[in-house]
Design a protein around this ligand. Structure first.
Ligand SMILES: Nc1nc2c(ncn2[C@@H]2O[C@H](COP(=O)(O)OP(=O)(O)OP(=O)(O)O)[C@@H](O)[C@H]2O)c(=O)[nH]1
Length: 397
């Protein structure tokens, strides 16, 4: 992505005043800052990303949308440049997203660059970050999934992956000749199993998969594509399109809230077992009993062992043994019911995870909700469902 210099004067930061009388520049520090959602749009070469971006820009209904590209595009409609202010000067800066990695020198400034752009250009209603065809979205997502406490003005809304209905199965089975697992942090060669391709990574991290170019396949072929994608990622919502024309923008591409809410129905859907159609990546569901509050610490420790140390604590009859099966987790979500009536949500991408309170879990106080068992859904490689179930069961009792 290139960073150009803009001459216009910096407008004030947009704040959620709710009060039309507040003048720009007045004391607004105590007011909450409007957080701008960012969606990462990824997809294999030629899947239809540019077509999708242009479609969004024609359908945006007045929304101010910034589209950030990691490579030069040729559409004049698309905002291609970021303005970065450094030490009081406007400078040109590059954010390299080649092969899915924002290069180390600017890694910390991914969020800062966008915030700086908003300071100069006025806040956007929405930001779309389009990655290169070879990007691994799992490397990029954590950069924008910022801790609430850090007070960022943007938040990660979700990851949308476009696939080409005609070619996706071939890409999953063969991978492109130029991409080897060594190109990925997560394809480190330790796995001797079926190849992990870029297409796998883009699907396994997706919150939404748009199956585009459906006009080029038969109904049967489309069904096979659908089944294969659901087997890889049972959590993602699927949309079938021609020329990337999704039925609507809201909740299909925008305002996904994929990193802050976890619905019981989406976990239920993921657990309906489309598994093992793909030899490389699968979705597994772990039942979690209604938990005492004190057990949350044990669950947290289990997640740390699995995600941070890639070890799976296994209980033997007398003591706890730790083994290190070869597995890797790309995305996880969960919902745990506690005996006190509240609900804990789990969100994770790669080694980053968060256990958060469900916003309306106090609802239980007014009207009693039958405690239902919770679930954790994992998407990744080398996940042996029964072994994982046994491990988490012994961890939380
Ligand atoms: N038949 C058909 N062609 C499509 C469809 N969507 C896009 N195309 C065409 O496919 C080609 C690639 O589409 P793009 O939108 O440029 O795809 P992209 O993902 O941006 O591709 P890169 O720029 O290579 O990353 C273009 O010629 C589009 O017109 C579709 O649904 N059906």
């Amino acid at each position: 992505m290139s960073v150009g210099v803009e001459e216009e004067e910096a407008p004030p930061l947009l704040v959620a005043t709710g009060d039309e009388n507040i003048e720009p520049g007045s004391e607004v520090n105590d007011l909450p800052i409007v957080k701008v959602p960012i969606t990462i749009i990824t997809g294999y070469l030629g899947a239809g990303k540019t077509t999708l971006m242009n479609y969004i820009l024609t359908e945006r209904h007045g929304k101010k949308i910034a589209v950030i590209l990691n490579e030069f595009g040729d559409s004049v409609d698309i905002e291609k440049s970021l303005t970065i202010s450094k030490d009081g000067q406007q400078v040109e800066e590059w954010l390299e997203l080649a092969n899915g990695c924002i290069c180390c020198s600017v890694k910390d400034s991914g969020v800062a660059a966008i915030e700086s752009l908003m300071e100069r250009r006025g806040a956007f209603d929405y930001i779309l970050l389009e990655t290169t065809g070879l990007a691994d979205p799992g490397n990029i997502a954590p950069l924008f999934w910022v801790d609430e406490g850090l007070g960022s003005t943007i938040y990660l809304d979700g990851i949308v992956t476009l696939v080409d209905a005609k070619n996706i199965l071939k890409s999953l089975d063969e991978g492109p000749p130029s991409v080897t697992p060594d190109d990925h942090k997560y394809g480190d060669g330790e796995h001797k199993g079926p190849e992990l391709t870029t297409a796998h990574l883009q699907i396994s991290h997706a919150d939404v998969v748009v199956i585009n170019k459906s006009d080029l396949v038969t109904e049967d072929e489309l069904e096979r594509v659908r089944e294969r994608i659901q087997a890889i990622n049972g959590l993602a919502k699927l949309h079938v399109t021609v020329r990337s024309q999704v039925p609507q923008l809201e909740s299909v591409l925008l305002d996904l809230h994929a990193y802050d809410s976890v619905g019981a129905s989406e976990l239920e859907f993921a657990s309906r077992g489309h598994s093992h159609l793909d030899p490389t990546i699968s979705t597994v569901t772990l039942p979690i009993p209604v938990l005492e509050v004190e057990k949350l610490e044990a669950l947290d420790a289990w997640l740390r062992a699995v995600l941070w140390e890639s070890t799976l604590p296994l209980a033997t009859s007398s003591e706890t043994a730790v083994t290190s099966p070869k597995f890797e987790i790309h995305r996880l979500k969960g919902r745990m019911q506690l005996t006190n009536g509240s609900v804990k949500l789990l969100q994770g991408v790669r080694e980053v995870f968060e256990l958060l309170d469900e916003a309306d879990s106090s609802r239980g106080a007014g009207g009693y909700r039958m405690p239902v068992d919770g679930k954790i859904v994992l998407i990744g490689r080398g996940l042996e469902e029964e072994v994982f179930k046994e491990s988490v069961r012994s961890a939380v009792g």
